[in-house]
Design a binder for this molecule. Structure first.
Ligand code: HEC
Length: 481
């Protein structure tokens, strides 16, 4: 399209001067310029029956919300995309499926709104690519909510549902897809595999033993559900992240030649967040997680690991690390004073890895609760290879929003991904605002009937906090001694 070839500022003068070639004779129009942007980048969520409060699929709908649309793209709140470049953090690689608008797209929308949102001529409309409806190539395991869930009123619902993938042999997951049972209220789904672990004698536990442990801890087994917030809330069972989905989410595919181990004795947990419409009851009759499995053991393992203070003791599957909650501090402590507006918690994790056991990072996510405002994750290399930065910022989410947690993947071939090796340090920095100037804190307090901030510590309740990095890694598939 012509606008792609012209500098944004020049393009607007081309438009206004009315001498811009075939489609440039006047201000931007819906059919000529705006529809492709809005439909591609907004209507994946802003559609009839979708999670967003109004559809943005037609000229009339977009015109009605023109000022709000402009406001939301100017302040960066829409489309929701928490990973942002800042002076402190410029990830080396671009993000895949980045929905954010370019400066020239924004310029077109400004011009369209300023000109009174002209419709243009449908007969000469620019082609519009509707949001892709992607499917997994194959769904080998389909896990559906065992019972419908109805949400009403105004309070968000956080629930964890236990499901049985029913595998006959150990396998590897190569793709995951969530299909919302009711897109109006399904706000996010984080899925985990619950690892069977070992019994008191150190013998691998069966699925029945795993289920018994779950019943002992949370009172529910397969098909059951319990209240949870911001994590699986389990003490005696290890959970490994499988997928993090938010509206508009695409099927989550493992990098080529890789897969995530899934034991035949594992269970799957869906950690679901519903956001009621406030307009009456809505029922989710069957949100589904589909999994695609590898035909044969892959060359590479891909996994999402969580680093940070979710537990006071941290062990990695590759060895032990050193988690310093504050620089110079050996014992973990984590406390955010009531009223503190810019409280920083920083921690480092040092990799102890076997030679050759390098971990390539293909995706990143951050995780805090309502008090968190800003998080960044940096990789500091012990011995950078030629051409490799000594330190690189992997992600920053400078305007954290608990409601939009998801993972972000790098858009780059395997060879260009950041690599973590023995001795490298991952630094996590979380900034918290535990004051009444943080709207999320105000809401979380009022839900508990409180009107003043309280001291916040580590935990999985609404008024607890965390500082967690989710790092999607790929590494060779050979047994850890
Ligand atoms: C990933 C889903 C998603 C995408 C993509 C998305 N929106 Fe939204 N939008 C929402 C949701 C959900 C809300 C309701 C408020 C909330 O929960 O944050 C919303 C609210 C809004 C609002 C109301 C005011 C506000 O800022 O909260 C406007 C305006 C808006 N969106 C415009 C857009 C535009 C323009 C685009 C595309 C450039 C877009 N949205 C893309 C999900 C989305």
């Amino acid at each position: 399209m012509l606008r792609d070839l012209v500098h944004p500022l020049l393009w607007s003068s081309v438009l206004w001067s009315g001498c811009g070639g075939p489609e440039g004779s006047g201000p931007p129009t819906w059919h000529g310029d705006v529809a492709p942007i809005v439909i591609e980048r907004c209507s994946g969520c802003h559609n009839t029956g979708g999670i967003a409060p109004f559809p943005l699929e037609t000229h009339a709908q977009a015109s009605d919300f023109a000022d709000a649309i402009l406001g939301s793209i100017e302040d960066g709140s829409m489309p929701p995309f928490l990973a942002q470049e800042t002076d402190a953090c410029r990830p080396r690689l671009p993000w895949a499926h980045d929905l954010r608008l370019s400066e020239s797209d924004k310029q077109l929308l400004r011009g369209w709104v300023e000109a009174g949102t002209p419709e243009g001529d449908p007969a000469t409309a620019s082609p519009v690519d509707p949001p892709e409806q992607l499917q997994l190539e194959r769904a080998d395991v389909v896990l559906t909510l065992p019972e419908p869930v109805t949400v009403e009123g105004t309070a968000d619902v956080h629930t964890c549902v236990v499901l049985d993938p029913g595998l006959l042999e150990d396998s590897f997951v190569t793709g995951r897809q969530i299909v919302a049972g009711n897109p109006k209220v399904l706000h996010h789904v984080v899925s985990y595999t619950l690892l069977p672990g070992v019994d008191e004698e150190g013998q691998p536990r069966s699925k029945e033993q795993l289920e018994a442990a779950l019943i002992a801890e949370r009172g529910v087994g397969i098909g059951g559900s319990y209240d949870c917030f911001g994590g699986p809330g389990l003490e005696t069972i290890e959970a490994e992240m499988l997928d993090a989905w938010a509206p508009g989410g695409r099927p989550n595919l493992a990098p080529p030649n890789s897969g995530q181990p899934l034991s035949k004795d594992a269970l799957v947990l869906l950690d679901i967040h519903y956001h009621p419409t406030g307009l009456g009851p809505e029922t989710d009759a069957g949100t589904t997680l589909s999994l695609m499995l590898a035909d044969a053991p892959p060359e590479l393992i891909s996994q999402t690991i969580l680093l940070g203070n979710f537990s006071e003791r941290f062990e990695s599957p590759f060895g032990i690390g050193d988690l310093l909650m504050q620089p110079g501090e050996r014992e973990p402590s984590f406390s955010i004073p009531a009223g503190a507006q810019e409280h920083v918690e920083e921690m480092t994790w040092e990799w102890i890895l076997l030679p050759g056991f390098d971990l390539s990072v293909y995706g990143m996510g951050t995780h805090m609760h309502y008090v968190g405002r800003d998080m960044s994750v940096t990789l500091e290399r012990a011995a950078p290879l030629p051409g490799e930065p000594g330190s690189e910022c992997l992600i920053q989410t400078p305007a954290w929003d608990f409601n939009w947690q998801r993972g972000y993947e790098y858009d780059a071939p395997f060879e260009e991904l950041p690599v973590m090796r023995n001795g490298d340090v991952v630094r996590m920095r979380c900034v918290f605002d535990n004051s009444m100037s943080n709207g999320f804190v105000v809401d979380a307090l009022s839900e508990q009937g409180l009107s003043e901030p309280v001291e916040v510590g580590l935990g999985e309740d609404t008024l607890d906090e965390m500082c967690l990095a989710a790092i999607a890694i790929v590494y060779p598939n050979f047994p850890v001694p």
